[in-house]
Design a protein. Structure first.
Length: 436
């Protein structure tokens, strides 16, 4: 079960992390691609803008003269005359040209393309230019992509002139490198999160594992406690069946033994139901409880028990103490502690029950003399089915659930319970509850 829970936890965690990583990295790559395409569009638009092509702010004339067109006509960049620049101009603020190399050509009526060096920052080889000329001739105005040549183009008609600007696809390929880097980074991030999710699953499911272990232990302990009375009852029934001729009076010892074991089973089931009720998610009804009267009343009920055990019971209860709680549960809490004290105080011992108010809390102390609780046992005294007296006899009706129930009741009321024990001081159980 726990292995399946860990597997599901890791799977769900990795699914969510993967979705976040994929969406984030894909968004970054898409943003980079869109940025580069915008820059490409701006470069192409700038190269064939009306004010440049027809003689705007840059002072360029539209159709170039033969002398102007000659330097780039044969596609040789080395033939640029002195004083002319084919690349972007820098200095004096923002550059005049875009950083993306753009080749600009004038399309003649016969479909031939002639370079425009004053508008261009790049050239296309004659072979490539010849291969794309038919496509450009048939193309309408606007932007397009020539996959065979790997060129983006923008065709624009200005007055009687047709200009075509070209940009290489490599100018907008940086996003591919970024996407590849993000893929490797994403794989690394997912691998790291996979390792972390494994450790996180162990940490997150530790309370579940502890609860599961406690539940299995509880079932095992309950089964063990039920096994003994059931075995006795079945044995008694078997004896009775072997002697059908005998009367009830003759077989009374087996009948009485069966009744005793059945009552023990009833007590065990009752304690288990009480514990389940206290620890259930639904909170029992709370009301204003006169805790002073409740403690006084229960102490009086145990006077006869203490007397029979040869134990002196002293009660010191501060009057007028009220708590917000469930009467039945608080009754069970106080009765459990006093009963436990009567059981272990020993003949000639004493029990002191004190209820008093502190600054912001109410405290109930139940102290008894007798043999102290061993420190190793003290750490587990509130565990289910735990008994400090390992050598207890079958006549002891304790199942080790009483103190576990007491702790659950105290915690359900927002309080705490603790135990201290020593040879010199005896044993004291202290309960603190919120004051009203």
């Amino acid at each position: 079960m726990l292995k399946n829970l860990r597997t599901k936890f890791v799977a769900y965690t990795m699914a969510m992390v993967s979705a976040v990583v994929i969406v984030t990295f894909a968004g970054i790559a898409a943003y980079s691609y869109q940025n580069e395409m915008n820059s490409l569009d701006m470069a192409l638009e700038h190269a064939v803008s009306d004010d440049r092509a027809v003689g705007g702010k840059d002072g360029m004339a539209g159709p170039r003269s033969d002398d102007t067109q000659a330097p780039f006509a044969d596609g040789n960049m080395d033939e640029v005359p002195d004083g002319q620049m084919a690349g972007p101009q820098i200095g004096g603020g923002a550059g005049r040209e875009q950083l993306i190399p753009v080749a600009v050509y004038l399309q003649a009526e016969d479909g031939s393309l002639s370079s425009q060096p004053g508008l261009a920052t790049a050239l296309i080889s004659d072979e490539v230019l010849a291969s794309v000329s038919p496509d450009i001739l048939d193309a309408a105005d606007g932007k397009g992509y020539l996959s065979d040549a790997g060129l983006y183009y923008l065709k624009r008609t200005t007055d009687s002139c047709i200009y075509v600007a070209f940009a290489d696809e490599s100018s907008v390929s940086n996003w591919k490198s970024l996407a590849l880097a993000l893929v490797f980074a994403g794989v690394g991030v997912l691998a790291l999160f996979f390792v972390l999710s494994i450790f996180l699953s162990r940490w997150a499911l530790r309370p579940v594992e502890e609860a599961w272990t406690a539940q299995k232990q509880f079932v095992a302990d309950a089964s063990h406690e039920l096994k003994t009375p059931l075995t006795v009852i079945l044995a008694n029934a078997s004896i009775l069946l072997k002697h059908p001729e005998r009367s009830i009076a003759q077989e009374s010892q087996w009948i009485e033994s069966t009744q005793v074991e059945a009552e023990r089973m009833q007590d065990l089931v009752s304690d288990m139901l009480t514990l389940a009720q206290v620890e259930s998610a639904s909170r029992p009804e709370h009301s204003d409880v006169d805790f002073s009267t409740l403690v006084d009343g229960i102490s009086m009920q145990f006077d006869s028990v203490a007397y029979e055990n040869g134990v002196y019971l002293d009660t010191q209860v501060e009057e007028g103490i009220h708590v917000n709680g469930n009467v039945k549960m608080l009754d069970k809490l106080v009765a459990t502690l006093i009963e436990n004290a009567c059981k272990y105080a020993g003949t000639g011992g004493s029990i002191d029950v004190k209820l008093f108010r502190t600054s912001h809390q109410i405290r109930l102390d139940v102290h008894n003399t007798g043999n102290p609780i061993h420190p190793e046992d003290l750490a587990h005294i509130f565990d289910r089915f735990y008994r400090a007296d390992k050598a207890r006899t079958h006549e002891d009706s304790s199942f080790g659930l009483g103190l576990a129930i007491a702790r659950s009741i105290a915690e359900e009321h927002g309080g705490t319970i603790e135990a201290t024990s020593s040879e010199a001081e005896g044993t004291t159980f202290s309960v603190t509850l919120p004051a009203m």
